[in-house]
Design a protein around this ligand. Structure first.
Ligand code: FAD
Length: 490
């Protein structure tokens, strides 16, 4: 019997995952991507002798003893030599108090350090450390991900609740509110900035505390040599299973007949027919452009009108002629003097010293700063190339000045500077507002089920950060979910 063919739009993690599971389940598959190499948000590029890692800072759940390790194995990246366990979440450098400490796995030390910067907030510090300690050591990275929500019924639902039991006790109003709200009564600005900087102010408090617990459990890693190695292994594995990737092929239309998806049309005018179409790309573009808005529902309309994409990242990367390999990898800088842009301010930012792979020639280093930054600001500037480039340059210089005060002399040793903005991410991935992880991580967005099929449309599925949740682990699972749903005739 002829194998059925899946046409997958997007070669990000979710598209490659859907393709991998399709091949394993006995289907044929073709992945289309508009870009010239696969990976989507898991991006990388070269400038001079330096490798710029444009994605994944830290990876959850890729430890052999965890439930989620199986999906890494399935995708061809279940090799522990690929990962470097994070011993610390990062170093907090507080220009306000002059304190500098590392957030590591020892939670008593963390409590002591937090009390040093915020003695007036002792009660809340003890409370959050208590919750983190409670979650620490449990397998929480992939809770609720093993099956598509649509199949979470009966015995499967019980299994999911069993997975979720380390968290259930804390799923109450207090910890489900955003970090911004939770910290409203925190007195110390330094503590407020630290807690809101871990995953942004809109994320539910429990989600942020869970991240710290995952790190403290040793369940978070760096990828040795970064995104390039990770995505090329996943791609090779997919191809070795018989999968096909067609780059530089933008899908402009999903072909439908009798309310059944049966193919895709490409920008060059050709069409490709298949048995199923899977969109592993931006959901707004998929639903309202590729499908011309013919298959929606009040729920889908609500999401696309009311929800905001996760604020995107701006990355400023520097190649420096100095060996910084012995410095801490991830750092959060709480600024005394904010960096101004438009009528807004950046009061803190994360930066990483890329000392876990071959990112720079021997004796040199790469430092990369990351900001959450507003799409509108860059989008407006992007209309005028000269102003856009000028502002990129201003940012690069200003950030370098700030870094230089902590690593004196580096600004004289810069050999390469690269700045990417949300517009860059949007151009390369077509994600709305250049979002780095789909819809914003808000309490509502985490709680609400999103459909992976569209009302009235057969043989069509969605995967990826817009259809399930952002981040490496959820997007990989979302590709697997598509095959679970097809196999269940959902
Ligand atoms: C800078 C950055 C840092 C990040 N850091 C982390 C981290 O530390 N940890 C973590 O877990 N997650 C991180 N993420 C998030 C994570 O990388 C993403 O959530 C995930 O990779 C998204 O995968 P995806 O397959 O859903 O979508 P994408 O990666 O966006 O892939 C979609 C693909 O579809 C293609 N496409 C779109 N439309 C079309 C079309 N019409 N025709 C053809 N192709 C099309 C695009 O070119 C793209 O390749 C980060 C993201 C960014 C950008």
């Amino acid at each position: 019997m002829q194998k059925k063919l899946l046409l997958i739009i997007g070669s990000g993690l979710s598209g490659l995952s859907a393709g991998t599971y399709a091949q394993k389940a006995g289907y044929n598959s073709i992945v289309f991507d508009k870009h010239f190499h696969p990976g989507g948000c898991v991006s990388f590029w070269k400038r001079k002798d330096f490798l710029i890692d444009g994605g994944i800072f830290m990876l959850m759940g890729c430890k052999p003893e965890l439930r989620s390790y199986q999906v890494f194995k399935d995708l061809g990246v279940g090799d522990s030599n690929l990962y470097i366990p994070m011993k610390e979440f990062g170093t907090f450098i507080d220009e306000m108090t002059g304190e500098k400490f590392t957030i590591g796995s020892d939670l008593n030390t963390l409590e002591k350090n937090l009390k040093k910067i915020a003695p007036e907030d002792t009660a809340i510090i003890e409370e959050i450390v208590r919750v983190i300690k409670d979650i620490k050591g449990k397998d929480t990275a992939s809770i609720g991900m093993s099956l598509p929500p649509e199949l979470n019924k009966g015995i499967n639902k019980l299994k999911m609740l069993w997975e979720a039991r380390p968290m259930i006790k804390h799923m109450n109003k207090r910890y489900l509110q955003s970090m911004e709200k939770f910290t409203e009564n925190v007195k110390s600005e330094s503590l407020k900035s630290l807690l809101n900087g871990i995953f942004g102010p809109k994320a539910p408090t429990l989600f942020v505390l869970k991240l710290v617990a995952i790190m403290a459990s040793g369940h978070m890693s760096f990828i040795k040599n970064g995104c390039q190695t990770f995505i090329s292994k996943i791609t090779d594995n997919y191809k070795s299973l018989g999968g096909e990737i067609r780059c530089k092929q933008r899908v402009t239309k999903i072909l439908v007949d009798d309310n059944k998806a049966l193919g895709v049309q490409l920008a060059n005018g050709t069409t490709v027919k298949g048995d199923y179409v899977v969109s592993a790309s931006d959901s707004e573009n998929t639903i309202y452009n590729l499908l011309e808005g013919k298959y929606t529902s009040p729920d889908i309309e609500y999401i696309h009108k009311q929800w905001k994409p996760e604020e995107s990242y701006m990355l400023a990367t520097y190649g420096i002629n100095q060996d910084l390999n012995n410095e801490h990898t991830i750092n959060m800088l709480n600024l005394k003097q904010p960096i101004n842009y438009g009528d807004k301010q950046i009061t803190s930012f994360l930066f990483r010293i890329m000392n876990y792979g071959d990112f720079a020639p021997k004796g040199k280093s790469v430092i990369q700063a990351r900001f959450n930054i507003n799409w509108d600001y860059w989008n407006k500037l992007d209309k005028d190339k000269e102003s856009y480039l000028k502002e990129k340059k201003r940012f690069a210089n200003e950030v370098l000045e700030r870094l230089n005060s902590h690593y004196p002399g580096i600004k004289e040793k810069v050999e390469m500077t690269d700045v990417s903005t949300p517009c860059t991410i949007q151009r390369f991935t077509l994600n709305k507002y250049g979002s780095a992880s789909g819809w914003g991580t808000t309490p509502e967005c985490l709680a609400k089920k999103r459909n992976r099929t569209l009302p009235g449309l057969k043989n069509f599925y969605m995967a990826g950060q817009w259809a399930f949740a952002g981040g490496v682990l959820p997007t990989i699972y979302s590709g697997k979910h598509v095959i679970d749903l097809i196999n269940h005739n959902y």
